[in-house]
Design a protein around this ligand. Structure first.
Ligand SMILES: C[S@@+](CC[C@H](N)C(=O)[O-])C[C@H]1O[C@@H](n2cnc3c(N)ncnc32)[C@H](O)[C@@H]1O
Length: 275
């Protein structure tokens, strides 16, 4: 079987299985199975797959048909121009979370004492440690997530220390300059409407926060107030329709509260300064 035919057959299989972007997905899986890059593929579409590549490709297509996200199959996702290892057990970093990085770089580029709550794969913590050339303390309640975060921290030799705890409970230092977080914020009530790639494969603990999705914020804000120095900044991703509820929660004890929109115009990030 040559690459061109394998791609065609794979794309058809995915299309029949109702998978979005079937051709692109088949191409990503084929490249992953063969270990070739796209330019090789374009230059040599007639080259033959080895038996082993064919077996891998078949397995990947089968996994994707079971709605496993492509990133869990290839075990990687790009974030802020770097490749992060991801596996089931950790949330796949989302492009909209790059707004948090943009906002940190724009609003507090000199921050040195930084905490990331809910580190996941380490996408935020590693990126900030490298972009700001500083140390970051990062926490997560999931041991699986911390293990994957550790592999990314080591791969990039980033100055990130990882702590297994609930929110920022294990952090005693009260002179932090910046606390960032992409906490779980999906309402449990929305569960049935969520696509299978997310609902059936990504960790529940990374997604859901009570019936209305707001359950984590009050404790997160309290922890932020405890460990940030006066004038320290807080930035957290929020879910759709949560701006109003979050502004009420940030009414006391914070100044300069504002929200940053994503590219779709949805308020995505809550920003506040500890008063
Ligand atoms: C939405 S994911 C974000 C992961 C990563 N920061 C990112 O942006 O890709 C939320 C993360 O918070 C973690 N988490 C959930 N509840 C937590 C808690 N009470 N304390 C610490 N971490 C928590 C989850 O395990 C998950 O890794």
């Amino acid at each position: 079987m040559d690459l061109r035919t394998a791609l065609k057959q794979g794309a058809k299989l995915l299309e029949d299985g109702g998978i979005a972007s079937p051709r692109l997905t088949a191409e990503v899986l084929l490249l992953h199975a063969t270990g070739k890059d796209r330019s090789y593929f374009l230059a040599h579409p007639e080259s033959e797959l080895t038996e082993l590549s064919w077996i891998h490709y078949g397995r990947y297509l089968h996994q994707r048909l079971k709605r496993m996200p492509t990133q869990y199959i290839t075990k990687k996702q790009e974030f802020w121009g770097r490749e992060f290892r991801v596996e089931p057990g950790v949330l796949i970093p989302r492009p909209e979370t790059e707004h948090l990085i943009e906002t940190v770089l724009a609003e507090c580029p000199a921050a040195k004492r930084i905490v990331d709550v809910g580190v996941g794969s380490g996408a935020i913590a590693v990126t900030l440690a490298l972009e700001l050339n500083t140390a970051v303390v990062a926490t997560d309640i999931s041991a699986d997530a911390l293990q994957i975060a550790r592999s990314n921290v080591e791969a990039y030799k980033a100055a990130v220390s990882l702590i297994h705890c609930d929110l920022a409970s294990a952090i005693a230092d009260q002179s932090m300059e910046l606390l960032v977080s992409n906490p779980p914020y999906v309402p449990e009530l929305d569960r049935s409407g969520i696509e299978p790639e997310v609902k059936d494969w990504e960790p529940m603990q990374a997604l859901f926060a009570g019936a209305d999705g707001l359950a984590i914020y009050p404790r997160l804000f309290a922890d932020a107030r405890r460990i940030l120095q006066p004038g320290g900044m807080f930035m957290a991703e929020i879910g759709i329709h949560q701006m109003e509820a979050v502004s009420i929660m940030l009414a006391a004890g914070w100044t300069g509260v504002h929200f940053v929109n994503d590219l779709a115009g949805i308020p995505r990030l809550a920003v506040a300064t500890r008063s």
